[in-house]
Design a protein around this ligand. Structure first.
Ligand SMILES: *[C@@H]1O[C@H](CO)[C@@H](O)[C@H](O)[C@H]1NC(C)=O
Ligand SMILES: *[C@@H]1O[C@H](CO)[C@@H](O)[C@H](O)[C@H]1NC(C)=O
Ligand SMILES: *[C@@H]1O[C@H](CO)[C@@H](O)[C@H](O)[C@H]1NC(C)=O
Ligand SMILES: *[C@@H]1O[C@H](CO)[C@@H](O)[C@H](O)[C@H]1NC(C)=O
Ligand SMILES: *[C@@H]1O[C@H](CO)[C@@H](O)[C@H](O)[C@H]1NC(C)=O
Length: 455
């Protein structure tokens, strides 16, 4: 009998200790999972103080806000986009649905069907239909087409090369300039081609003193263009654009209408095109056609990134620009950036302003992949930020990116344009004048450093 009890005690001990171990393991796993899920969402806003919130896009608002959501992707049942995206995030949640993530790793085509399906399911709900009807006209137009992102290419560089500049290269390109333009902005493109957007070998500001050799890299250029509505443009310019593309080999055009809310398509279609044609390119500059770029500075900056320790790893997750953290959607209904609460609620994720941003070629490929799991969002740079958050990668802020122009009268300093990487916004005439001025003052401004802090 005693032996029997002893036996059962042993069994009990055995079972209990296993149970306790399992419980502890689950608690541990739970904590790990929670902390990893929160990692992406607890990033400290970079440009924002508690009482000073950036209002996307263009102005600061310094009113105190009562309660701000801590994360941007918490489920906000009330809003159209949030609800759509919640279904996708749930579907690919590695804990709730581990099998889905594994299947998706093997077969990327699944993303497209999941996006489509989640959209159809959600828009079939009466509550979503009512929300849709309340949206402003332009937003409704966006929503009606947000399930479509495979627009055909109309024009692309001859011989399917990665933009203009291939002919002279002796090594893979260091940088591809991918510039958002429109059919009608011919003058902007010409000014860029003659100034900061020249292709071929570009030297940096540093010289290799040991061998009297210039350091630099090869640059390529491509303009990303949609389709103008012939009624708005006062005529069909597609023939002119075709000729321009043949002459310069730097036009990629897709057949979607070139509106503000369609700019996000330029990101996703560009990433797809890039992944196919530009796999060798180290870095991408993506920006507007009304920015001035100090290209020698940018090349110096890029080469410095490559010289950093562990660059081969860090470059894979590299994005730098004018980083905006804790931004609120713009709720002023006359604004071009207007996004009503019924469409999106919560803060925007940390994102780099779309006037000009630099990222690695590998990053472009990462973005291309993850973008298949994010519903299109009408503001392009915010959409990129949403993709970055899902990759769990933070963009780096650099005060040399002035996407809101110089603060105060800083541009009146003699070497102001030598202290920056980029400034927005400048007309084609100004670009040419500035380029000339910057080239002429190269010697006297040789030693000025890049801007290091924001005002
Ligand atoms: C395209 O390829 C053809 C034949 O390979 C060549 O003759 C032509 O110069 C190329 N065009 C450009 C713009 O590189
Ligand atoms: C200068 O060039 C030499 C030979 O090409 C190279 O070994 C050296 O690293 C270069 N120096 C810098 C600062 O890039
Ligand atoms: C672009 O798409 C429209 C339909 O949306 C079609 O009518 C037109 O022919 C297409 N244009 C080109 C150049 O493919
Ligand atoms: C985006 O482009 C498509 C295709 O041309 C067009 O039907 C749609 O109206 C555009 N969306 C917006 C919001 O302008
Ligand atoms: C825009 O907002 C104002 C008040 O903020 C309102 O009176 C007006 O009706 C709104 N316009 C539209 C088109 O919703």
């Amino acid at each position: 009998m005693g032996q029997f009890r002893c036996y059962w005690q042993k069994v009990l001990k055995c079972v209990c200790s296993t149970c306790i171990c399992l419980v502890l393991l689950f608690v541990f796993l739970g904590i790990m999972v929670c902390s990893s899920m929160n990692k992406a969402t607890l990033q400290a806003p970079i440009n924002s103080a508690q009482s000073h919130h950036f209002l996307a896009s263009g102005s600061f608002q310094s009113k105190k806000f009562a309660s701000l959501p801590k994360t941007f992707w918490r489920l906000h049942e009330g809003s159209f986009w949030n609800q759509l995206q919640a279904a996708i995030d749930r579907y690919f949640n590695p804990i709730l649905n581990p099998q889905n993530s594994i299947t998706a790793l093997k077969n990327k085509d699944i993303y497209e069907s999941v996006l489509k399906l989640s959209f159809l399911e959600a828009t079939n709900l009466d509550s979503m239909r009512r929300k849709f009807e309340q949206l402003p006209q332009q937003m409704q137009d966006f929503v009606s087409h947000m399930n479509q992102r495979n627009y055909p290419v109309i024009l692309h560089p001859t011989n399917a090369t990665c933009g203009a500049g291939a002919a002279t290269e002796k090594e893979p390109p260091l940088l591809l300039l991918a510039i958002k333009s429109t059919e009608l902005n011919f003058k902007n493109r010409e000014a860029i081609r003659q100034t900061w957007g020249q292709v071929g070998w570009v030297a940096t500001r540093r010289k290799n003193s040991s061998r009297k050799q210039e350091i630099g890299g090869y640059i390529r250029r491509v303009f990303l263009i949609g389709k103008e509505n012939p009624q708005d443009s006062g005529g069909d310019v597609s023939e002119l654009l075709r000729t321009e593309g043949q002459n310069y080999g730097d036009i990629v055009q897709w057949n979607f209408s070139d509106t503000f809310f369609n700019l996000t398509l330029k990101d996703v279609l560009f990433w797809k095109w890039f992944s196919r044609h530009c796999s060798q390119t180290r870095f991408v500059f993506k920006g507007d056609d009304d920015v001035f770029v100090n290209m020698p500075n940018m090349m110096t900056y890029l080469l410095e990134q490559l010289e950093k320790p562990h660059a081969e790893h860090t470059i894979n997750e590299f994005m730098v620009g004018d980083v905006i953290g804790g931004a609120l959607p713009n709720r002023v209904n006359q604004s071009k950036y207007f996004v009503p609460e019924s469409f999106y609620s919560g803060l925007y994720p940390t994102y780099a302003g779309g006037g000009g941003v630099l990222y690695s070629g590998q990053m472009a490929k990462n973005l291309q992949e993850i973008s298949g799991r994010v519903h299109l969002f009408p503001i392009d740079d915010v959409f990129v930020g949403m993709c970055m958050a899902r990759l769990n990668i933070n963009p780096i802020h650099h005060p040399g990116f002035l996407t809101f122009d110089f603060p105060d009268n800083e541009n009146e300093k003699p070497c102001a344009y030598h202290m920056i990487l980029l400034v927005h916004k400048r007309s084609p005439m100004q670009l040419i004048e500035l380029w000339d001025k910057v080239s002429k003052t190269q010697k006297e401004c040789w030693h000025v450093p890049l801007r290091v802090s924001d005002k």
